[in-house]
Design a protein around this ligand. Structure first.
Ligand SMILES: Cc1ncc(COP(=O)(O)O)c(C=O)c1O
Length: 414
């Protein structure tokens, strides 16, 4: 038989070949296409298949450096949150800048990071499914300094059982709910009691507390944000002091966000920041205003964009790009912004398309033009992609897998 990829799909079906072989045909074509698509040396901003997730390496590196330098100056550690990028290649660069570990929100993220050899992985979300707990216990055995956070006695019981079965010691942070009302135990005495319950179990050890003040991170205006964050983190600081007075070795207080990094780093008792979005930045964060930069938060740069192509220009008042809700998360109130086209406005055009309209009298892009969009919310946009194109100017320097996108984590080459 001829090599299957040399016949087209219709000829192949007309020849009456079986479904099993058809699957084979499709696999081979996909593999061929992939090898060309995925060779960075063939790729530039001009020919990357769109929609594509791009990372401007110069801006990304400056963000990584700025946060690391800030933490060093402030005398606080950082354990950046990989929920933003789900990408071990990015985590490794944060580690190289001085991070003491990487925070993760899901078990696949934890697996991707540990399998990539990253030490100090901290799971910040609760888990109560025995299968997930077993996967985390296996990471504790394989990885270096893997920790989990717990906010409920039921999690403790399940973890204690799994740790006893595997005969492994597990380090835990008490997740303290400081106003977010999503995860964690209440601060003060309830948190101390949970810690006491943890240490009743031979293989579990309390290492400190973690707190995420999600209600503080995006408060508009630095002073207002500072007030909310100080009040929230104060509860966590106090809880950690109570734990230490009660005889625990609560060395860690992990918390904070990109919006509050320069607030939380000045609070005595906070030992490390779980900053996530700073590596990419998004419109949602830009509008919160900075300490000294007025309305726009400019501490970090927009390194992440989605590249899209104009695929329709039938109408005089609009064009369509191939980036709809499957390519850019548009669940926040803010719209994607086309870089260098301040006269254009993006509107949702369904799953596959975005619609661009121009200010009266100004020009629309032409069919085939490529535009880069700054995204409203970086984490859920990244989640839509399998890979990120790491750009040096116009050139693709590397392609990094978003390794922890789905439940079945792919092993990262990195
Ligand atoms: C537990 C936890 N820590 C830290 C962060 C990081 O926040 P940001 O991306 O705003 O820096 C998040 C974000 O949602 C989070 O859920």
């Amino acid at each position: 038989m001829e090599p299957v990829a040399s016949v087209n799909r219709r000829e192949f079906l007309a020849a009456g070949l079986g479904t099993g072989l058809l699957i084979n045909w499709e696999c081979q074509v996909t593999a061929q296409e992939k090898s060309a698509d995925l060779d960075p040396k063939n790729l530039t901003k001009g020919n990357v298949p769109t929609p594509a997730l791009l990372l401007d390496l110069d801006l990304f590196e400056s963000n990584v450096k700025a946060m690391a330098e800030h933490c060093q100056r402030a005398g606080v550690g950082f354990r950046p949150h990989a929920k933003t990028h789900k990408c071990p290649d990015i985590a490794k660069r944060q580690m190289a800048a001085g991070a003491q570990g990487i925070s993760v929100a899901t078990v696949p993220e934890a697996e991707a990071m540990v399998w990539a050899g990253i030490p100090g992985v901290l799971l910040t979300s609760p888990i109560v499914e025995p299968a997930k707990i077993a996967r985390m216990i296996s990471l504790v055995q394989r990885g270096q300094r893997v920790m989990l956070s717990v906010g409920h006695a039921r999690e403790v019981e399940l973890l204690a059982e799994a740790a006893a079965t595997a005969n492994v010691a597990v380090d835990l942070l008490v997740d303290v709910d400081i106003g977010d009302r999503r995860t964690g135990i209440l601060p003060g005495q309830p948190a101390v009691e949970l810690a006491q319950f943890i240490e009743k179990h031979k293989r579990l050890r309390v290492r400190g507390v973690q707190s995420y003040a999600g209600h503080a991170s995006h408060v508009v205006g630095f002073e207002a944000r500072e007030k909310v964050s100080r009040e929230a983190m104060g509860k966590s600081v106090e809880t950690r002091e109570m734990l230490n007075k009660a005889g625990f070795d609560a060395g860690i207080l992990s918390g904070g966000s990109t919006g509050t990094y320069n607030i939380d780093s000045t609070i005595r008792g906070v030992t490390e920041l779980q900053v996530g979005s700073y590596v990419f930045m998004d419109i949602d964060y830009r509008r919160i205003g900075g300490k000294s930069s007025g309305e726009n938060y400019t501490d970090f740069q927009h390194s992440l964009t989605v590249l899209a192509t104009v695929v329709n220009a039938t109408h005089s008042d609009r064009v369509s790009v191939d980036a709809g809700t499957k390519a850019i998360d548009t669940t926040t109130t803010y719209k994607p912004e086309p870089k260098g086209w301040s006269n254009l406005s993006y509107n949702r055009g369904g799953d596959e398309f975005g619609i661009l309209t121009a200010e009266p009298g100004s020009k629309l892009p032409q069919i085939g033009d490529r535009l880069e969009f700054i995204v409203p919310h970086c984490d859920p946009t990244t989640y839509l992609y399998d890979r990120i194109y790491a750009m040096r100017g116009e050139r693709v320097e590397a392609i990094w897998p978003i390794a922890a996108r789905r439940e079945e984590t792919k092993r990262s080459a990195g």
